[in-house]
Design a protein around this ligand. Structure first.
Ligand code: NOJ
Length: 615
């Protein structure tokens, strides 16, 4: 494909560098559910393109695009029947190329989902492979005469599949699949398969994608006597892709979907020569556990088991995504607890987890949603926001499998929530219509108009985060506090100098007016004070930045006596209001937090003058 590609805008600051992903906020888009530009009831590429204004306004740095490839759609598009094309329902390669160009023009990167482990059973490769034992593709999938090989490998979708082997009548052999039986695994022992997948990677990088989320990364290879996960051969193959990126596509990234224990997942960073990012799966359920138990230990415990990662690598942290809230990485007891707290109705259970969106999980409690986002935006890692969660959209537990959390984006109170002008019956899924979360009550247009909305709050937090690059790359130092409901830590480190409150990306992004019938409104006023930050400012424009983040996980007000001896003599300046708090001494530093309260302070040596604060 030789389509003209726009270079990424050259930007100063961290996001303009090859390590942009360490400062990025990702936004996960289900194409099918985002916006329907041609009114056929299915979201499409042009629809997403039309909504780039919105994403730019929201302030996200990168889109993670869920699979858009031709597919029979028996697993949300993760069952691919052609790796080198776009599903006709979504548009064309030209539409995609235009989307990428325009996103790049706006400084937004786009990462695609790369499903390397398996195909749909309707893929021509599999149809050929299953047709006989001696066709040219006979060895492209994993075949066996019996279904007894690799008994140690677990079944992922335990509620719907009984085995990882399925009998094929035509070939009279079993084929291997780690997910649904209609998703046969490719055979990576076959060099033709591996080479073809590398060609596929290059194809999409040439089109302009900024990287990939590597679906089902741990399962590429199998080996006798193992569980068939995280094998060295799998790591070698991913490293091969990384090499290709380093040689020919610098600045593009790999994000691993490897649902495992932190120590196993950290292997996907290699020695800084494998994936740039990995999702931190075990942290996610523990955030939900901590706020329900009103105790910090589930979070601190998993963080203490999270190894150091190589320079240039980054965790990706999230609250919800397009799958169930997975409970694979918790103990049986913890799983029972989370199910009893968050899935009181059996219909809420999906696979090994809970098929609900963020807001209903939290009983619509906005303070709690802010608290959880405050942690996701300030813990070490790059935050990933699931589409609609910026509105606190609801779910539909009466839909099958994970469709409960894949309903149409709610743009306005208009027909079909402003998602599509198709007849209701034509929509790929019904929009949420209940009185609490339906599009009459929850939609972009209304929240844009209301400066007090969750959408505006989150946008404001993204602006604040951008002004504190240390939240992307700084170290995390837990702050001792006798109250177990308080989670506090200091993020600190050297950052490229940028005035506090201005964007390290350059100028603040433009504000769209009148979008979708609503008004985006003005951004929160940037802080008017540029305090002298902690540490000396050196001639190369590097300075130390330190941010103290304090969270009250309890539903009641709580005192926090923080032990901050290292920061004695510094002034905590609350980042939203730029209000200086009393200077830290050698004594415990006491503050009070309201129910589910959170506070971020920049620690500065010289407090700002009071008149500057008022400004
Ligand atoms: C992980 C994806 O997130 C999930 O949606 C899918 O079902 C499996 N991989 C299988 O592709």
């Amino acid at each position: 494909m030789s389509m003209p590609r726009l270079p990424l805008p050259s930007r100063d600051g961290p996001a303009g560098t090859r390590r942009w992903y360490q400062h990025a906020v990702f936004y996960e888009v289900l194409l099918r559910g985002f916006y329907d530009s041609n009114n056929d009831g299915i979201g499409d590429i042009r629809g997403l393109h039309e909504k780039l204004d919105y994403l730019q306004w929201l302030g996200v740095d990168a889109i993670w695009l869920l699979p858009f490839y031709p597919s029979p759609m028996r697993d949300g598009g993760y069952d691919i029947s052609d790796f080198f094309n776009v599903a006709p329902d979504y548009g064309t390669l030209t539409d995609l190329s235009r989307l990428l160009d325009d996103a790049h023009r706006r400084g937004i990167r786009v990462v695609s989902d790369l499903v390397m482990n398996h195909t749909s059973d309707t893929h021509p490769w599999f149809i050929e492979s299953r047709s006989s034992r001696d066709n040219p593709k006979s060895d492209w999938y994993v075949w066996n005469d019996d279904d007894q090989r690799w008994p140690e490998a677990r079944v992922v979708f335990t509620d719907v599949e009984r085995s990882n082997w399925t009998w094929d009548e035509t070939r009279e052999q079993y084929y291997w699949h780690r997910f649904f039986s209609h998703q046969p695994d490719l055979n990576y022992e076959n060099p033709e398969v591996a080479d073809t997948m590398v060609d596929m990677v290059k194809f999409w990088l040439e089109l302009g994608f900024d990287g990939f989320r590597l679906d089902a990364a741990p399962y590429l290879f199998q080996r006798d006597g193992t569980a068939g996960e995280h094998l060295p051969e799998t790591h070698d193959f991913i490293k091969r892709i990384r090499k290709e990126i380093e040689s020919n596509y610098p600045g593009r990234v790999l994000l691993a979907e490897a649902n495992g224990w932190p120590a196993d997942v950290a292997d996907y960073f290699g020695d800084g020569d494998e994936c740039h990012l990995c999702f931190h799966f075990p942290l996610m359920p523990r955030l939900f556990m901590a706020v329900r138990k009103e105790q910090r230990y589930p979070i601190t415990e998993i963080l203490s088991q999270t190894p150091e990662i190589p320079d240039g690598c980054q965790w990706a942290i999230f609250l919800r995504n397009h799958d169930e809230l997975t409970l694979e990485q918790v103990t049986d007891e913890e799983r029972d607890y989370l199910i009893s707290e968050y899935a009181k109705d059996d219909r809420m259970k999906r696979h090994m987890g809970i098929g609900r969106r963020l807001a209903p999980l939290l009983d619509g409690n906005r303070r709690l949603a802010e608290l959880l986002y405050s942690m996701v935006l300030s813990l070490p890692g790059s935050p990933v926001i699931y589409y609609g969660d910026e509105l606190l959209m609801g779910d539909n537990i009466y839909l099958g499998d994970r469709d409960s959390v894949r309903t149409p984006m709610q743009w306005s109170p208009d027909r079909n929530g402003g998602f599509s002008k198709a007849d209701f019956a034509q929509l790929y899924l019904p929009p949420v219509m209940d009185p609490v979360y339906g599009s009459d009550a929850v939609n972009v247009e209304a929240q844009c108009r209301n400066p007090g909305s969750f959408l505006h709050w989150l946008r404001g937090m993204l602006i604040q985060r951008r002004a504190m690059p240390v939240l992307g790359v700084g170290t995390m130092e837990p702050t001792a506090c006798p109250n177990p409901s308080i989670l506090a830590y200091v993020r600190s480190g050297e950052v490229a100098d940028a005035p506090v409150g201005s964007s390290p990306w350059g100028t603040m992004r433009p504000i769209g007016e009148g979008f979708g019938g609503g008004t985006f409104g003005r951004p929160p006023a940037p802080p008017s004070v540029v305090p002298v930050a902690a540490g000396e400012q050196d001639l190369a424009g590097q300075r130390t930045q330190a941010v103290l983040c304090v969270h009250n996980l309890s539903r009641f007000a709580q005192p926090a006596e923080l032990s901050l001896p290292r920061w004695s003599g510094y002034t905590p300046v609350e980042v939203l209001g730029r209000v200086p708090f009393p200077v830290i001494s050698d004594e415990p530093y006491t503050i009070a937090l309201g129910p589910y309260g959170y506070l971020w302070f920049e620690l500065v040596r010289e407090p700002p003058f009071p008149e500057e604060v008022i400004g």
